[in-house]
Design a protein around this ligand. Structure first.
Ligand code: SF4
Length: 362
C-alpha cells in the first residue's frame, strides 16, 4: 500500500515537473526590467485579478478600511509593528486532493512532507488569544492543507470572530464545501472565501484537481454564493486558477469568466512556478526591491515552524517555533529583525530564499 502511494505521489511529482517546462520564463529573461524605477510598491502577493463586484466591500466598516490601509502603508514605509497585522495559520496539513501543481503533492512525492495532523483546540485558542491580545487584524486558516478537512473549522471561524479578529478567511478547493458547512461558516462569521478552481473543462479539471470533479465543485460554490447573498453579503468570494504558458489555460480562464463573473466578487490567476531550492536557480536582482510580507504577516505551520512568507513551503527560512515561543517574541527576534533589515535597506538579494523567488519580478 505504502509502495503504491509513493508511486502515485512520484507520478504526481513528475507531472508537476513537466508542467514547469510550460511556465513562461519571462522573469528569467535578460530583457526583463530589473530596476524598480517607475514601478509602484506592491503590498500583495502577486497574482492577476479581475474585480467583478465590490458590494461586499461597501458593507465593511471603517475598522476594516483602516486595517486595509495599514496593510499597504506599513510595508511601504518598512515599519515594524508591535505584532504582525495578519497570521497565516496552518490548521491542518491534511488535504483530500492530490493536485499535481501543489507543492504539498511534490513534497509528498519526495517523501519530505513530514507528519500529517490537525491543530488541537487548545493550540488554536492559544494562537488566537495571543493575536487578539496584540491587536492582530486578520487571519487565514491555511497554508498547505485544506482547512475544510479539519472537523473544527466552524468552531475555529466562530472563535476568532467572537474574540474580535476583523477579517477571517481561507483558501479552499471547495470539494468538501457542503450546503450545511456553507451555512455554518457564514453564520460563524467567515469574511472571505478564496476558491481554487482550475478549469471549466471536466477532463482538465479532474487532472488539475485530482480527487474531485468540476460538477461537484460548481454545485458547492453556487450553493455557497446563494447562501452568502442571503446570510452574509459582506463575505467576499474569489475564484482563482493556476496559469501556464499554454494558450489552452488562457481559454480556460476566459470560460471561467463566462460562468462566474456575474456571481463572484473577483476572478484571478497566478503563474505556476516551482522553486527548485536544491539546484539554486536564481532570478536576477531587482534593485531597490523590498518585499511586503516580512512587514505584514507571519506564517505558522502545523509542524510548529514559523516562516516569513507564502513562498516558503519547503521550510527554508524558519524564524521560530510557535509551539515553543510566544508569537510576539518570534516577531521581534534577531533573525526576523535581520530579514526586515535586509529588505528595508535594499538588500533582499542577500537572502538565499529571496534570490530564488519570482516575487520581485512580478
Ligand atoms: S522569498 Fe523573499 S521576496 Fe519572496 S515572498 Fe518570501 S520574503 Fe518575499
Amino acid at each position: 500500500m505504502k509502495k503504491e502511494k509513493s508511486k502515485a505521489y512520484k507520478k504526481q511529482s513528475e507531472n508537476a515537473k513537466e508542467s514547469i517546462k510550460n511556465y513562461d520564463q519571462f522573469s528569467m529573461s535578460e530583457n526583463r526590467n530589473t530596476n524598480l524605477h517607475n514601478r509602484e510598491f506592491n503590498s500583495n502577493a502577486s497574482y492577476y485579478e479581475e474585480i467583478c463586484s465590490t458590494k461586499w466591500k461597501d458593507l465593511r466598516d471603517k475598522n476594516y478600511k483602516d486595517y486595509r490601509n495599514l496593510w499597504h502603508e506599513i510595508p511601504k514605509l518598512k515599519k515594524t509593528l508591535d505584532f504582525p497585522l495578519h497570521l497565516d495559520i496552518e490548521t491542518t496539513n491534511v488535504c483530500n486532493l492530490l493536485c499535481p501543481m501543489c507543492p504539498r503533492t511534490v513534497l509528498l512525492a519526495d517523501e519530505s512532507f513530514g507528519e500529517l495532523g490537525y491543530l488541537t483546540k487548545e493550540e488554536y485558542k492559544d494562537i488566537i488569544d495571543q493575536a487578539v491580545e496584540h491587536n492582530c487584524k486578520s487571519i487565514k486558516l491555511n497554508y498547505l492543507g485544506e482547512p475544510l478537512a479539519h472537523k473544527e473549522i466552524i468552531w475555529q471561524v466562530k472563535y476568532a470572530k467572537e474574540k474580535g479578529i476583523l477579517d477571517v478567511m481561507f483558501n479552499s478547493n471547495a470539494s468538501l464545501l457542503t450546503k450545511e458547512k456553507s451555512k455554518e461558516l457564514l453564520e460563524a462569521g467567515l469574511d472571505n472565501l478564496f476558491i481554487s478552481f482550475d478549469a471549466v473543462d471536466p477532463h482538465e479539471f479532474s487532472i488539475q484537481r485530482k480527487g474531485t470533479t468540476v460538477g461537484k465543485v460548481i454545485d458547492n460554490v453556487f450553493n455557497f454564493i446563494l447562501l452568502r447573498n442571503e446570510i452574509r453579503p459582506s463575505c467576499q468570494v474569489r475564484l482563482s486558477m493556476v496559469m501556464y504558458k499554454d494558450e489552452k489555460w488562457q481559454r480556460q480562464f476566459d470560460a471561467l469568466k463566462i460562468i462566474w463573473a456575474n456571481h463572484v466578487d473577483a476572478l484571478g490567476w497566478g503563474y505556476y512556478i516551482d522553486r527548485d531550492i536544491k539546484n539554486s536557480i536564481y532570478f536576477s536582482e531587482v534593485k531597490g526591491y523590498h518585499c511586503a510580507q516580512p512587514f505584514q504577516r507571519m506564517f505558522l505551520k502545523y509542524n510548529g515552524n514559523v516562516t516569513i512568507c507564502c513562498i516558503d513551503d519547503k521550510d527554508e527560512t524558519i524564524v521560530g517555533n510557535w509551539r515553543e515561543e510566544k508569537l510576539k517574541d518570534i516577531w521581534h527576534n534577531e533573525k526576523y529583525k535581520e530579514i526586515r533589515r535586509l529588505h528595508g535597506t535594499g538588500n533582499y538579494y542577500k537572502m538565499e530564499m529571496c534570490k530564488k523567488c519570482y516575487m520581485p519580478h512580478s
